[in-house]
Design a protein around this ligand. Structure first.
Ligand code: AMP
Ligand code: ZN
Ligand code: ZN
Length: 295
């Protein structure tokens, strides 16, 4: 396989065609830049927080933003998952030392929660609630304009399929490269929206970035992973299915008039926004569960 631009050995086949190392780097940065500009994710003057996990996607995101000349701070949430979180923290620290940017580290136990199953909520759902809540709380309390996550095209395609399959059309319609700001809600953005998991891996590899390759021990049985496996099979049969699917779905959403039914209110306990009918946010419910356990 030869690079379509220079004829050298290609390292990956992208939607533009096969690309060598150098042309792939160019393609990668160009795609991130285009996504940021087209969807107005942020400006150079914004105070940007990048949520980093130590994995390939968020290391690639931090490095790409650095290469594009953006200044930002990192946030690592130590989820205190045994044999995993301490290990990933080392890689995140190494990455930020390389960038010379500030890294903030917080631990879930400081907020009275644990990443464990809580009643009917599976562990991955609890983890997601905790991460989203703490990202927003940290960004809001420290005056950030925007939080960037490393959600990629493969994540989005899997999430779209899961929501379409389950008839969760409101979730489906809420998806996109930007989740707008609201009262006490900091804008959330996804600069890697049009880059696949594989492209992030290759970008991290060719730039020799510190990446934690260990898989989360809770990930087994996660529905998101099942969808990703299915997408992998389809992409093999129908080249770039995930990419074209996400693009078409984004276009489709333009034709759908959508008004949110639920109204936001502020959590009676912590004061952050929630859609819960009883006025207590999911994070506070999780915290109360562990509080009761300790009594
Ligand atoms: P996930 O929920 O694991 O799919 O992660 C989604 C996004 O959240 C990642 O792309 C990261 O930007 C961010 N993220 C995941 N884990 C952490 C963590 N432990 N600390 C900070 N950000 C994280
Ligand atoms: Zn080339
Ligand atoms: Zn609350």
């Amino acid at each position: 396989m030869k690079c379509k631009y220079c004829g050298r050995r290609a390292v990956i086949k992208t939607i533009e065609g096969p690309l060598c190392r150098d042309h792939f780097k160019e393609y990668y940065l160009r795609t991130v830049k285009k996504t940021i500009e087209k969807y107005n994710l942020f400006k150079k003057s914004d105070k940007i927080l990048v949520a980093v996990s130590g994995g390939k996607d968020s290391s690639a995101l931090a490095y790409a933003l650095y290469e594009l000349g953006y200044e930002f701070e990192g946030l690592y949430i130590n989820l205190e998952i045994p044999n995993y979180s301490e290990y990933c923290e080392k890689y995140v620290k190494e990455l930020f030392k390389l960038l010379g940017y500030k890294l903030n580290i917080i631990r879930v136990s400081d907020y009275g929660v644990k990443v464990q199953r809580v009643g009917p909520r599976p562990v991955c759902a609890v983890c997601g609630i905790i991460k989203r809540y703490l990202m927003n709380k940290f960004a809001y309390e420290n005056g950030f304009d925007v939080v960037a996550t490393a959600h990629n095209l493969t994540d989005e395609a899997a999430f779209m399929l899961n929501n379409l399959y389950g008839g969760k059309l409101d979730y489906f319609l809420k998806q996109g490269p930007v989740i707008p700001e609201g009262p006490k809600l900091v804008k959330k953005v996804k600069p890697l929206y049009f880059l696949t998991e594989k492209e992030n891996m290759v970008y991290a590899l060719i730039n020799n970035l510190p990446v934690c390759h260990r898989e989360c021990p809770n990930a087994k049985g996660n529905t998101q992973i099942k969808w990703k496996r299915a997408l992998y099979l389809i992409d093999n049969e129908v080249p770039f299915f995930s990419y074209k699917f996400v693009r078409s779905m984004l276009n489709l959403k333009k034709y759908v008039k959508y008004e949110r039914k639920t109204k936001w209110q502020f959590c009676k306990i912590c004061g952050y926004p929630t859609e819960a009918k009883d006025g207590i946010c999911a994070f506070c419910k999780i915290r109360m569960y562990f509080q009761k356990q300790n009594e």
